[in-house]
Write a protein that binds this ligand. Structure first.
Ligand code: ADP
Ligand code: MG
Length: 761
């Protein structure tokens, strides 16, 4: 018996899924796997776990629900707890570093990466009675893998007479990849459709499609709606964080909502002094000779050891922000901003993945009396979160995605048209509470050229992390895994090659050509080193660095470098579109200050050679030294939220590494860290090289300069075209002979980011 408030009860009864409760529960009782399809907002995420709870599925086991996004796992667990009048001890969540799970937990929301890690510890997931894979239509990589694994786990559990129920929930009806895939489910699972009582949404296409300035077009459309149309919230879809902020600023200026908000607080630069102190605590110069690290001296996981604290870093949100490498999205704001009109207040809120959770939660609250709500969002608002009271949707029709080259792994952020399915999802957000309108800022002809559906993520990105995780589950022949959509063969081969080069896989017995011909390369078992690497919640290249890190007391430094490299967007975006000339000038000043700090952090001599990794080390050290305050971060162009994540990840990685290494056992890692001495810096450079060994580039010699364009360029083994050190790198002007890089991102040129100099040997 669940005790729901009258208000909740009333809202619930309006949800279309409620009339399907019996159908869904019968299907679940009679089948091991059931697929539930229903429009976003029909009640799948909040209600299905409650149905299962009331039917007793959590009386002696857990009901688990996976979400592709952390935002959703957190928000939905809170919502369901509230609806059921239960505490977060019972309806809990678990995301990468944090959670509210207790021994009383019966319903557990988590990211898909978290469940994948749990499968590694307990393949049968014996704690669970039901697993719900939510948002399956998004086809996130981990969702796809989980479905493949769960298809096996469900039949194993059936054989053991301990049935596990699997529910797959999707916002679209496009589920053939799950139902018509006999390798996945030999008996196609039944599909329960929930008829959404969706109100009609009138779709308005633009006559013409703006070529560049879709952000300006959004602004004009929102102004028009706000001035002329009846009450009702507005939801705007843009592609990235900088655009979202810029439009929010513009709208707030046009329609001020007088709430006495404190924005634009001044920050003074007291950090240079703090940095100097940090630098002073550095040791004297060490000897000049270059001692070597021992590449065979890595930590190995004791057999069968599971590390309780390790979590997953795989629950990254989909929406990576391209920072200063973004395409030029300047939206010429100055051109025609209207006079502020305080008689028509608009409550403007941003929404994107990297936004702090407290700020994200604001969109669920009612706007102030007499204000219209306007949420300016990225793709996150497309399906996972239902914002109440939206009547108008303004859709720019674009999405920012990262594209990878299958062979070289070079990536670029591109803004492309969405799929027709996504555009329809976006339009649907307008018809949840009453009939609504969707304004598409492109023509119907352009729409008809959109692809119908976007291809699943797993077919579009490198898979070395997945392959390592799967090998750690003893799935040796990854090619034979029942993927809902298999990754391309090139990607699997590239992953296997990288993992072999890193020493994570055992070399196949046959040598030479033969093994390639026989495809033996695609079924190498994991090595002891690989097993260790798989326990670290970071990508294989970084895991290799960690495995080597207990030598020469380098552990705290490598952990910090890896943590900082893994967290996206450590440094603030300072190239974004500015609202005014004054803001522009402020940004410019800040940029100069920040790059001055970065040069200071990088230091000279050996430490400068460590390059951008040294900057990361210096940034984290200085930040902790100052107490990691928002103020310090703001002054130094660091994202406060990212710095907190680095801190947490450092703690987590320290536990993960120390739990497998006797040398490091019981090691206390001081968050403030003394800076490394010169010898250590040289060891660090070798450890970085050991992980990034396939990411080497050599400076193009003057005699090879066939083309002026190649000046200051580098050659890499895989690419014909030259690559360049990104201007934001501290090595941009140094131009070392050999470098390793964290990644290559293509914008106007192919740029290496995260660069460190290496010695030719
Ligand atoms: P689905 O998973 O099918 O997209 P949900 O279960 O997420 O649907 O949402 C069902 C309804 O619950 C939505 O109409 C939404 O307005 C409401 N809802 C969800 N989360 C919240 C929240 N945090 N606050 C208020 N209402 C919410
Ligand atoms: Mg949902």
């Amino acid at each position: 018996p669940v005790d729901r408030s009258a208000e909740i009860q009333e809202a619930r009864l309006k949800l279309p899924i409620l009339s399907e409760e019996q159908v869904i529960m019968e299907a679940v009782a009679e089948n091991p796997t059931v697929i539930v399809c229903g429009e976003t907002g029909s009640g799948k995420t909040t209600q299905v776990p409650q149905f299962l709870y009331e039917a007793g599925y959590s009386s002696d086991g857990l009901i688990g629900i996976t979400e592709p996004r952390r935002v959703a796992a957190l928000a939905m667990s809170q919502r369901v707890a509230k609806e059921m009048s239960l505490s977060q001890r019972v309806v809990s969540y678990q995301i990468r570093y944090e959670g509210s799970v207790t021994e009383d937990t019966q319903i557990k929301f988590m990211t898909d990466g978290v469940l994948l890690r749990e499968i590694q510890k307990d393949f049968l997931l014996s704690k669970y009675k039901v697993v719900i894979i939510d948002e399956a239509h998004e086809r996130s990589v981990y969702t796809d893998i989980l479905i493949g694994l769960l298809s096996r786990i469900v039949s194993l559990r059936a054989k053991k007479q301990q049935p596990l129920k699997l529910l797959i929930m999707s916002a679209t009806l496009r589920v053939e990849d799950f139902t018509q895939n006999s390798r996945l489910f030999s008996v196609p699972p039944p599909v329960v459709k929930v008829d959404a009582r969706q109100f009609p949404v009138t779709v308005h296409f633009n006559k013409r499609t703006p070529l560049h300035d879709y952000s300006g077009e959004c602004f004009r459309k929102v102004c028009k709606i706000h001035r002329m149309l009846p009450p009702g919230g507005i939801l705007v879809f843009l592609t990235g964080q900088a655009e979202v902020h810029s439009l929010c600023r513009r709208l707030r200026r046009a329609f001020p909502c007088l709430r006495g908000s404190a924005r634009g607080t001044e920050v003074k630069v007291d950090s240079v002094e703090e940095m100097r102190k940090f630098k002073k605590s550095r040791g004297k110069k060490g000897p000049v000779a270059l001692p070597r690290i021992d590449l065979d001296n890595y930590s190995v996981l004791p057999v069968d050891e599971g590390d309780e604290d390790r979590e997953s870093e795989m629950d990254e949100e989909e929406e990576a922000v391209g920072s200063d490498l973004d395409l030029d999205l300047g939206d010429g704001e100055a051109e025609e901003d209207e006079k502020p009109d305080a008689s028509l207040p608009l409550h403007v809120l941003p929404l994107y993945s990297l936004l702090a959770p407290e700020k994200q939660a604001q969109v669920f609250r009612s706007p102030p009396e007499g204000c219209r709500l306007c949420v300016v969002a990225t793709n996150v608002a497309e399906t996972s979160l239902t914002i109440p009271g939206i009547k108008y949707v303004v859709d720019c029709g674009k999405v920012k995605k990262r594209f990878y080259d299958k062979v070289t792994g070079v990536s670029s952020f591109r803004v492309t048209w969405v799929s027709q399915a996504s555009a329809d999802q976006r339009a649907g957000r307008a018809g949840r509470t009453e009939p609504g309108h969707c304004y598409r800022l492109y023509s119907s002809a352009v729409f008809s050229d959109f692809e119908k559906f976007s291809p699943p993520e797993i077919t579009r990105r490198p898979v070395e992390d997945l392959v390592l995780q799967m090998k750690a589950l003893n799935i040796e022949k990854v090619v034979n895994f029942p993927f809902p959509s298999p990754p391309p063969m090139e990607a699997l081969v590239a992953a296997e090659e990288l993992l072999t080069a890193l020493g994570a896989l055992q070399e196949p017995l046959q040598t030479g050509r033969l093994k390639q011909l026989q495809g033996a390369k695609l079924s190498c078992p994991i090595s002891p080193l690989g097993r260790t690497m798989a326990t670290f919640p970071v990508a294989p290249r970084y895991a290799k660095m960690l495995a080597l890190s207990q030598q020469h007391e380098c552990l705290p430094y490598i952990i910090t470098i890896v943590a900082a490299m893994t967290i996206r967007e450590l440094f603030e975006e300072l190239d974004g579109p500015a609202a005014s000339e004054q803001e522009q000038a402020q940004l410019k000043g800040k940029k100069a200050r920040v790059s001055q700090m970065q040069r200071l952090w990088a230091g000279q001599g050996a430490s400068l050679k460590l390059g951008d990794m040294m900057v990361l080390l210096g940034a984290v050290g200085a930040c902790e030294y100052s107490g990691c305050t928002p103020r310090f971060c703001e002054a130094n162009g660091l994202r406060y939220k990212a710095m907190l994540e680095v801190r947490r990840l450092r703690g987590q990685l320290t536990t993960a590494v120390t739990s497998i290494s006797e040398h490091a056992a019981g090691l206390f890692v001081d968050p403030k860290m003394k800076p490394p001495n010169e010898d250590q810096v040289n060891f660090l450079r070798q450890m970085v090289l050991a992980g990034l060994g396939d990411h080497v580039a050599r400076r193009i010699q003057s005699e090879e300069l066939l083309d002026e364009k190649w000046k200051n360029g580098y050659k890499t083994p895989l690419l014909d075209d030259p690559v360049f050190i990104h201007p934001s790198s501290v090595l941009f002007k140094e131009l070392p002979e050999f470098v390793v890089y964290q990644e290559i991102v293509e914008t106007t040129k192919m740029y290496m980011r995260g660069v460190s100099a290496v010695e030719a040997t």
